[in-house]
Design a protein around this ligand. Structure first.
Ligand code: C2E
Ligand code: MG
Ligand code: MG
Ligand code: MG
Length: 284
C-alpha cells in the first residue's frame, strides 16, 4: 500500500498482500469444482436439551478439504462464495445433504431436526423458497425436519423483505432461528415482527457469563425477552461447567458447544446420536 503525504511517498512492502491475493484467487477458482470433486462435507454439532442433555437437533457446518491447502475455514470461503454467487449452488447442496440426514436421524428418539446456515444472499433470491422446497421434494424430507439459521446482522439489512420471506418459510413448516443474537442491535420492534422460533445467544455473551456480571445480565435479559416473545433460547459456544451453571439458573432451553461436543463428521455424529454418549470435551 502506498501512503501519500505531499512529496513524501512511503511504500510499505507487504509480502502477504500478493500471497493473500493468490490464495484468494486459488480458493475462488477451486471452489467452483469443490462439490463435484467431493471436497465438501457437512459436520454436525449436537444441540442438547438443557433439562436432560438429550440430543434434540444438530447444526450442519460446512467443511472444505482443499487438496493442497488443506482444511479451509467456512469463515474464509463462505464470504468468497457469497461474493461470487457460488453460495447459491453450495447452499443448495448443504440443504440437500442435511435433508437426507434429517430423514434418517429423525428415527432416533428425541431427535427433531437439522439446522442449516443460510446466507443472506440465498434468502434474497426470488426463488429461494421454491428452490428449497424442490430440493426437499427430491429427498422426501418435510420442512419440519429443517431449521434455518439466519444471522441477526444479515437480516437487519433488508428487514421488511426478510420478514416476508421468513414468514413464508415459517408457513411452509420450517423452524427459524436467529444466529449470533445480541451482536447486531436489531430493534425490539423489528425483533417482535420476526417469525423466529429460537434465539441463539451469541458465544461472546456465553464466554463471559460466568466471570462477568454484566455478561450474565445480558444473557438473563435475552432469555427473558425470548420467553416473553414466545421464543426458545439456545446458548452457542458453551465450553465450561461454570457457564452451564449460569445458563441453567437463568432457564436457557438448549445448549450447543465444545463442552458437549465439537462438530463431528457424519458417521461420528451418528454413533454419538445412537448411543447418546456425548463426547464431553473441554478444549478444542
Ligand atoms: P455459526 O453458524 O455461528 O456457527 C458456530 C461456529 O462456532 C462454528 O464454527 C462452530 O464450529 C463453532 N463452535 C461451536 N461451539 C463452539 C465452542 O464451544 N467453542 C468455540 N470456540 N467454537 C464453537 P465454524 O464451523 O468454523 O463455522 C463458522 C461460521 O461459518 C458459522 O458460524 C456460519 O456463519 C458459517 N457457516 C458454516 N457452515 C455454513 C454453511 O453451510 N452455509 C453458510 N451460509 N454459512 C456457514
Ligand atoms: Mg449457525
Ligand atoms: Mg452462531
Ligand atoms: Mg457465530
Amino acid at each position: 500500500k502506498a501512503k501519500r503525504e505531499g512529496k513524501n511517498t512511503y511504500y510499505f512492502y507487504q509480502p502477504s498482500l500478493s500471497e493473500s491475493a493468490t490464495r484468494r484467487y486459488t480458493l475462488e477458482t477451486d471452489l467452483k469444482s469443490a462439490i463435484q470433486n467431493g471436497q465438501m462435507s457437512l459436520y454436525y454439532q449436537p444441540k442438547v436439551c438443557a433439562k436432560n442433555s438429550v440430543i434434540m437437533s444438530a447444526e450442519a457446518l460446512l467443511r472444505w478439504h482443499h487438496p493442497s491447502l488443506g482444511f479451509i475455514s467456512p469463515c474464509e470461503f463462505i464470504p468468497i462464495a457469497e461474493q461470487t454467487g457460488q453460495i447459491i449452488a453450495i447452499g443448495n447442496w448443504v440443504i440437500k445433504e442435511a435433508s437426507m440426514q434429517a430423514l434418517k436421524w429423525q428415527q432416533v428418539a428425541h431427535f427433531e431436526r437439522i439446522a442449516v446456515n443460510v446466507s443472506a444472499i440465498q434468502l434474497a433470491q426470488d426463488d429461494f423458497i421454491e428452490q428449497t422446497l424442490a430440493t426437499l421434494n427430491e429427498t422426501g424430507c418435510p420442512p419440519s425436519l429443517i431449521e434455518i439459521e439466519q444471522t441477526e446482522s444479515a437480516l437487519m439489512d433488508k428487514m421488511q423483505e426478510n420478514i416476508q420471506v421468513l414468514s413464508a418459510l415459517k408457513q411452509a413448516g420450517f423452524t427459524l432461528s436467529l444466529d449470533d443474537f445480541g451482536t447486531a442491535y436489531s430493534s425490539l420492534s423489528q425483533l417482535s415482527q420476526l417469525p423466529i422460533d429460537v434465539l441463539k445467544i451469541d458465544k461472546s455473551f456465553v464466554d463471559n457469563c460466568a466471570t462477568c456480571e454484566r455478561a450474565h445480565m445480558v444473557v438473563k435479559t435475552i432469555i427473558q425477552l425470548a420467553n416473553n416473545l414466545g421464543m426458545h433460547t439456545i446458548a452457542e459456544g458453551v465450553e465450561t461447567q461454570a457457564q452451564l451453571d449460569v445458563l441453567n439458573s437463568e432457564g436457557c432451553y438448549m445448549y450447543q458447544g465444545y463442552y458437549f461436543a465439537k462438530p463431528l463428521p457424519q458417521n461420528e455424529f451418528e454413533q454419538v446420536l445412537e448411543s447418546q454418549s456425548l463426547v464431553r470435551v473441554g478444549t478444542h
